[in-house]
Ligand binder design. Structure first.
Ligand SMILES: Nc1nc2c(ncn2[C@@H]2O[C@H](COP(=O)(O)OP(=O)(O)OP(=O)(O)O)[C@@H](O)[C@H]2O)c(=O)[nH]1
Length: 422
């Protein structure tokens, strides 16, 4: 194993970013996999590598203890109170990556929802010896619900099943059967050994029967849908920028494209205006696209403030004071019950909400919908919400930003629910 630092490539600027989440049960090898990706793609700094070698040598390990890299990260995370998902950046010559490492234990549903809601791809890790478990099924269901566009089934620990093709085929076939019922469009299965590095960054000689890409090759090549920039234009307004002679409405474009000269609709007023300019910190743009942060200048004097929305006049979002939504309940303190008062944070708007009713609960491993009176921690179900003011929203399946929201406890300010608007 080469560890020479001067081999570190000079990174060309990566031309695109892939956000991916890792999901697996405890001990399936997530930490080892992430460590292996960082190590073999030479994404570690000299001092991190040195520390790793030292610590592994002290323990008398022949192999580098790659999980230590992510465990270090987890220690950092544990100092925080509410952040359960650690994010890690790395890049290769071809692409930049942000990994959302979602811990496998206890609060896995909550963590996976947090980590995967913005992911372009989810890696579901399976231990080859155990095959598919209830957790693997849960992860696949959640990825489908959250509409993560791509999924990798990484069958890990292939070294412990003699790199056997039948084991891999058995697991992938079972997975395909299960996911046929889900809304998952793009699934790639890769046999790996995170510990030895087989098919993680480099292709493995131990599995000649597999002729697909290594995991990193796949991550580098997979197309990232230009998410957002394809949909209708939506700009949730964060604030108004005002200096003498200047007024721009600032925010991050949630979806679509906007160019000067185009007409936009302002919500809640329903007024329309023409775009004079789309500004950024680096100057004016010919066109702004999701997920850029911009300030929009309008031809007319409209009263625009935080929580409002500028959008395409043709296919405007719903202005809704009542919502039906799928909710993942994340609070260990109390179950979600009808009558509960909460805050709904939707894009840049926060409104008071009351739970008007609870519909079905999703039995996640069988995909059955069963009647429910309440939702406990980590349960997923359909609820009706009544809002004190409207939100401007799209169905989650059409727009992950304007279709998503979180529920917050009014007194503790804790995030207690992830909301996918129907
Ligand atoms: N033989 C073998 N062991 C592996 C492989 N990948 C991981 N392991 C071992 O499996 C154990 C668990 O690995 P981790 O990376 O800590 O697992 P994890 O999924 O991150 O577990 P948590 O951090 O507890 O969620 C460790 O002892 C690893 O060395 C592999 O490909 N082959």
């Amino acid at each position: 194993m080469s560890t020479a630092i001067d081999e570190q490539p000079v990174f060309a600027p990566a031309d695109s970013l892939l956000r991916f989440a890792t999901a697996g049960a405890v001990d399936d090898g997530k930490s080892t996999l992430i460590g292996r990706l960082l190590h073999d793609s030479k994404s570690l700094l000299a001092d991190q590598l040195e520390q790793l070698e030292l610590a592994s040598a002290e323990r008398g390990d022949e192999q580098l203890d790659l999980a230590m890299l992510t465990d270090g990260l987890r220690a950092e995370r544990e100092q925080g109170i509410t952040i359960d998902v650690a994010h890690r950046y790395f890049e290769t010559a071809r692409r930049a990556f942000i990994i959302a490492d979602t811990p496998g234990h206890a609060q896995y549903t909550r963590n996976m929802v947090t980590g995967a809601s913005t992911a372009d791809l989810a890696i579901v890790l399976v231990d080859a010896r155990n095959g598919l478990t209830e957790q693997s099924r849960r992860h696949a269901v959640l990825a489908g619900l959250l509409r993560v566009p791509r999924l990798v089934l990484a069958v890990n620990k292939m070294d412990l099943v003699d790199f056997g093709e039948p084991v891999f085929r058995g697991i992938t076939e079972e997975f395909a059967e299960f996911t046929a019922q889900l809304d998952l469009r793009d699934i790639t299965a890769i046999p790996i050994s995170a510990l030895r590095g087989d098919n993680v960054v480099h292709r493995s000689a131990a599995m000649p029967w597999y002729d697909g890409p290594s995991l990193l090759e796949h991550l580098e090549e997979v197309e990232v849908a230009e998410e957002g920039s394809t949909g209708d234009f939506r700009l949730p307004v964060q604030c108004t920028l005002r200096t003498p002679g200047y007024r721009g409405y600032a925010g991050q474009i949630a979806s679509g494209v906007l160019a000067p000269g185009e007409e936009v609709l302002h919500l809640p007023s329903g007024l329309r205006s023409r775009v004079v300019a789309v500004d950024t910190a680096d100057g004016e743009l010919d066109r702004g696209r999701a997920p850029q942060s911009v300030a929009v200048r309008l031809a007319d004097d409209i009263d625009v403030g935080r929580g409002d929305m500028l959008c395409a006049p043709g296919n405007a979002p719903a202005v809704a004071e009542e919502l039906t939504a799928t909710v993942c309940w994340m609070s260990a303190r109390a179950a979600l019950e009808p009558g509960r008062r909460l805050l709904l944070k939707h894009t840049t708007r926060t409104v008071k909400a009351v739970v008007a009713g609870i519909g079905d609960r999703l039995e996640i491993t069988t995909l059955e919908r069963v009647p429910a009176e309440r939702l406990e921690l980590n349960e997923i179900g359909e609820i009706d919400l009544r809002l004190a003011q409207p939100v401007f929203c799209d169905p989650y399946r059409e727009n992950r930003t304007t279709g998503g929201a979180v529920l917050v406890d009014e007194s503790t300010h804790e995030t207690v629910g992830a909301v996918l608007i129907s």
